[in-house]
Design a protein around this ligand. Structure first.
Ligand SMILES: C[S@@+](CC[C@H](N)C(=O)[O-])C[C@H]1O[C@@H](n2cnc3c(N)ncnc32)[C@H](O)[C@@H]1O
Length: 198
């Protein structure tokens, strides 16, 4: 190959890789901005639930066919995806108002559909504005200022015998019917689930 043509080829390959690098940098920057901004507009920042807390939850839930499980503030949907792996005819619904987390959960959900796994329903909404009377089981990992705010509505709206499972946090004005303690080596704060019956 003549030297001039080779030089042209190698410099255009160089420009192509520079372009790809720039695109990756811009996308990463935009995702970071979206994460920070959506956390700013949501009431609480995303704090992930470690997988080690999920098995005790699954055991305690004892879901059966026909149940409707709802996760308030479902983040990246990990609780819903974990539970939906059971071969049960249960509907799994998540409510999330952080756009970034909602997108992560939605993309995961679409992927599950592509590979033929069970899908869940993710609702992008402020949980304070969503009617929750459809649920038979509710799970939350939300700080007291949020669950206390929603308690009057839950009392009014939930069907009798609906159970709510709260990881780590208790309602100020409602007594749990049960407290489950489990061993969570690396997460001392996440060793309790409070169960409430409405
Ligand atoms: C402590 S994080 C738990 C994250 C999630 N459970 C997980 O690990 O997959 C609380 C979640 O609740 C969401 N959240 C807080 N207030 C909310 C509201 N009013 N409506 C909907 N989601 C809310 C936050 O955006 C956050 O993702």
């Amino acid at each position: 190959m003549p030297i001039r043509a080779w030089r042209f080829k190698s410099s255009s390959a160089h420009m192509f890789f520079e372009f790809i690098f720039l695109v990756i940098l811009i996308v990463t920057f935009l995702l970071l901005c979206l994460w920070v901004l959506s956390g700013y507009f949501s009431k609480s920042l995303f704090t992930e639930i470690p997988y080690s807390s999920l098995e005790p939850l699954r055991e305690e839930l004892q879901l059966k066919n026909g149940d409707i499980f709802c996760h308030l503030g479902c983040g990246d949907g990990r609780v819903l995806f974990y539970l939906s792996d059971q071969n049960l005819d249960v509907q799994y619904v998540g409510i999330e108002d952080n756009l970034f987390s909602y997108w992560v959960a939605s993309i995961h959900n679409k992927w599950n559909k592509v590979i033929g796994k069970k899908t869940i329903k993710i609702i992008y909404k402020n949980l304070m504005e969503k009617d929750l009377s459809f649920a038979t089981h509710i799970f939350s990992y939300l700080p007291p200022q949020i669950i206390d705010d929603i308690l009057p509505r839950l009392d009014e709206e939930l069907r009798p015998k609906t159970k709510l499972f709260s990881l780590s946090f208790k309602f100020t004005l409602k007594k749990p019917t049960k407290e489950i303690s489990f061993n969570n080596k690396n997460y001392k704060r996440l060793r309790k689930i409070f169960v409430y019956e409405f």
